[in-house]
Design a protein around this ligand. Structure first.
Ligand code: THU
Length: 126
């Protein structure tokens, strides 16, 4: 049965994914975890290239992984990084989430204070 209060589990998964970030240029390690309607968690972390435009954010890595695993229904996404209040998704990620996960809750946390989770809707972010 899906966890009725999955925010903490999702943030925990995002914190674990954060450790897999490949961010030698910014040194800003971001983790993301997507929750599917069936209760599955799919994670991602940012991967950087020297030219910033080729960098892929944690949210998009998680989303692309999930979609290519055949997952199309999402109820939430957690995003964490060591930033005051937590990292806010960039414009590209907001647009991708609006298209593929429009109903998902967005849970943002500072990885140094992960018990403080802020919640947004995709609509609020657009
Ligand atoms: N980044 C993410 O992965 N997600 C966000 O929500 C904010 C920014 C990454 C992109 C880049 O690797 C680094 O953080 C600095 O912007």
């Amino acid at each position: 049965m899906p966890n009725p209060n999955p925010r903490r589990a999702l943030v925990t998964a995002a914190l674990k994914a954060q450790q897999t970030a490949v961010a030698p240029y910014s040194n800003f390690h971001v983790g993301a975890a997507l929750l599917t309607a069936s209760g599955k968690i799919i994670t991602g972390a940012n991967v950087e290239r020297a030219s910033y435009g080729l960098t892929c954010c944690a949210e998009r890595v998680a989303l692309f992984k999930a979609l290519t695993q055949g997952e199309h229904a999402f109820t939430g996404i957690a995003v964490v990084a060591a930033a005051d209040g937590g990292p806010m998704p960039c414009g590209a990620c907001r647009q991708l989430l609006a298209e593929y996960a429009p109903g998902a809750a967005v849970w943002i946390a500072d990885s140094r204070k992960p018990s403080r989770i802020r919640q947004f809707s995709i609509a609020q972010l657009l």
